[in-house]
Design a protein around this ligand. Structure first.
Ligand code: PMP
Length: 358
């Protein structure tokens, strides 16, 4: 704290990202990175673009990438907004569509960065409690009485639970809130949930956010995007162009485009992650863990007798990093990223040793 902090800075609730260890040979299952690496074609394209052209600013609209992304969903580039990771897209979206309105609705257990954006932009939020199995009823998602809500934010699949909402539930939420913007954060959608991208043309109150960080294994490149009707996207552009005209560097635009077009690599790696997720789920269940059904590249698991914090520390001493959150409802749970088949074996071996149920 410094006396020079603004009142805004004093009120911030910064998000704490998972640890990125600098050294040591950790099996890193704590930040939902993809273990398989980006498309070789993306790496090749980035290498080829690493030249004198870097003296020039990039295309501020990333038009080639926007066109390719839009085309995949039957949409035009005007439906696509690109940002420096989906975290930045989310931040601009919160600023563009939620600030200055009534409280937005969030699940009580969800991606904690949403609360950071609320603090940053002075947005109030109301929690919709998930049930005992961390599921939600679409009927719960509407403004109450005379107080319509200022917006709705749902991660699908949810984080850190991994639980997906069916498309019919999203459609119901959109239909019962025609005057409320519904933001669906699909960071993990490619690992087994249904995307709402196909509903963008039909619903003007829908904004879908996706990322290249997970299913395209480009967390280090920082590329995310939003899909919505053009007038909505224009609002996000206004915020972006009042903040940073060039959020995506030339290498990011080139690499993301090549990754987007490498359908074979995308399909092969996500299928592998889903297969290992099933094996990891069964293995952990056999060791006394309750594992939520995941449609993402991570599992959310709680052991019947051993506290999550003990497991976290024991795994760390064995060289395995997983993620733990301290919010009361989930403090006895661990979020475990699905790594390579070998990483999953190492995790199961370690949890087997710790639980005595190898
Ligand atoms: N949404 C959710 C639900 C996430 O878990 C993450 C990753 N931490 C993000 C968005 C942001 O991902 P990125 O900024 O890497 O696109």
């Amino acid at each position: 704290m410094s006396r020079f902090w603004s009142p805004v800075a004093q009120k911030l609730v910064p998000y704490t990202p998972g640890e990125q260890p600098r050294g040591g040979a950790f099996v890193k299952l704590n930040t939902n990175e993809n273990p398989y690496g980006p498309s070789p074609l993306a790496l090749q394209a980035i290498r080829a673009a690493t030249d004198d052209g870097l003296r020039l600013y990039p295309d501020p609209a990333a038009a080639d990438l926007a066109r390719a992304i839009g085309a995949r969903f039957g949409l035009s580039p005007d439906n696509v907004f690109l940002g420096n990771g989906s975290d930045e897209v989310l931040a601009h979206a919160f600023h563009a569509v939620f600030s200055g309105k009534g409280p937005i609705l969030l699940p009580d257990v969800t991606y904690s960065f949403y609360r950071s954006y609320c603090a940053l932009y002075g947005i109030e939020n109301r929690e919709i409690p998930l049930d005992a199995d961390f599921r939600t009823d679409p009927a719960d998602w509407k403004g109450h009485g005379s107080a319509p809500c200022g917006g709705i934010v749902i991660a699908n699949p949810n984080a850190p639970t991994g639980i997906a909402l069916p498309l019919a539930a999203i459609r119901q939420i959109l239909t019962q809130n025609p005057d409320t913007l519904v933001l669906i954060d699909e960071a993990y959608v490619d690992f087994g949930a249904d995307s709402a991208a196909g509903l963008v043309a039909e619903f003007g109150n829908l904004l879908v956010v996706q990322t290249f960080s997970k299913s395209r294994s480009l967390a280090g490149l920082r590329v995310g995007f939003a899909l919505g009707q053009p007038s909505l996207i224009e609002g996000l552009r206004r915020v972006k162009d009042s903040f940073n005209s060039y959020p995506l560097g030339r290498l990011a635009q080139t690499g993301a485009l090549a990754a987007w077009e490498d359908a074979a690599w995308f399909e092969q790696t996500r299928q592998q992650v889903m297969a290992d997720r099933a094996r990891l789920t069964d293995g952990l269940a056999g060791q006394g863990f309750r594992v939520l059904p995941s449609a993402a590249n991570f599992l959310f698991a709680s052991h019947e007798t051993i506290p999550a914090e003990t497991l976290l520390a024991d795994l760390r001493t064995r060289g395995l990093l997983v993620r733990h959150f301290t919010a009361p409802r989930i403090r006895n749970w661990l979020r475990i990223t699905v790594g390579t088949a070998q990483d999953c074996d190492a995790l199961l071996q370690a949890t087997g040793d710790i639980t005595g149920r190898a």
